[in-house]
Design a binder for this molecule. Structure first.
Ligand code: PEP
Ligand code: MN
Length: 267
């Protein structure tokens, strides 16, 4: 099937205007209104963040851990948008999440790695999104299956969602690895050859699982000409309710971004 992914989208317009990688940052999870607003203000002060992320519904591996604040957190994201001036993105895994996120004015949605693996779930999301053409980012499935990743993008395309981007967050492996999720870079490159116009964003936080790996992973992605980065940020990373080991403060993110070398693109 000829790819219907639009070339003029939320993502490509930002990229063309900046001429440098898209930067998405924010906490793994929205925890409190103060934490969300403090993170957003710290990020906005860096002057280069394009989109604020926060998990509202968290897909945790085992029950009994923090599973997100739920729909109430969308009010905090609305304040980020209105008072801090950053567009916002959340993970959606069910049609109800889509309905709630859009009702609260969330600008961009993303599909998480545990949802991309399930064609039934992706199809339900695609059906719920039909007619909206809201921008959607699709994380790779947890398992190293590029066809499943492509299939999720195609399901959205067929529902008329043409403002798409892919997020590479690494793949589960049984083999011992220094990474939380092995990057297996060639799979992301293969996706890009299937969808040449699709912006490709790297998530070094979930690939590395450790804050000291953020810089080398992000640099590798930029050396491979990725279009953007998504990095988890928290005002007090060690006490985060999810993914504490991989989050950094907005100030530390600012230092990392200064250390990264990337080429500017002219549109
Ligand atoms: C997240 O972005 O916090 C998340 C749950 O990611 P993933 O779907 O990549 O595991
Ligand atoms: Mn996370």
């Amino acid at each position: 099937m000829e790819s219907a992914i639009a070339t003029d989208t939320f993502f490509t317009r930002l990229l063309a205007a900046k001429g440098s990688p898209l930067l998405i940052a924010g906490p793994c999870s929205a925890e409190t209104e103060e934490q969300v607003l403090a993170t957003a203000r710290g990020l906005q002060a860096l002057g280069k963040i394009d989109l604020f992320r926060a998990g509202i519904w968290k897909p945790r591996t085992r029950p009994g851990s923090f599973e997100g604040v739920g729909v109430g957190g969308l009010n905090w994201l609305r304040r980020v948008k209105q008072e801090v001036g950053l567009p916002v993105t959340v993970e959606v895994a069910t049609p109800r999440h889509v309905e709630d996120a859009l009702a609260y004015g969330v600008d961009v949605l993303w599909i998480g790695a545990r949802t991309t693996v399930n064609p039934f779930a992706v199809q339900e999301l695609a059906d719920a999104l039909a007619g909206t053409n809201v921008p959607v980012m699709v994380k790779n499935p947890v398992n190293p299956d590029v066809a499943l990743w492509a299939g999720a993008l195609e399901r959205l395309e067929r529902s008329g969602i043409t403002q798409l981007a892919a997020i590479h967050r690494g793949f589960s492996t049984f083999a011992p690895s220094r990474y939380r999720n092995a990057p297996t870079w060639q799979l992301a490159i293969e996706l890009k050859t299937r969808f040449p116009h699709l912006p490709l964003i790297c998530d070094p936080s979930h690939i590395g699982g450790r804050r000291d790996l953020l810089l080398p992973i992000a640099q590798k992605a930029l050396d491979l000409d990725y279009d953007g980065l998504m990095i988890e940020t928290h005002p007090d990373p060690d006490n985060a309710l999810s993914d504490a080991a991989q989050q950094v403060t907005p100030e530390r993110l600012g230092e990392i971004l200064t250390e990264l070398k990337y080429r500017y693109r002219s549109s």
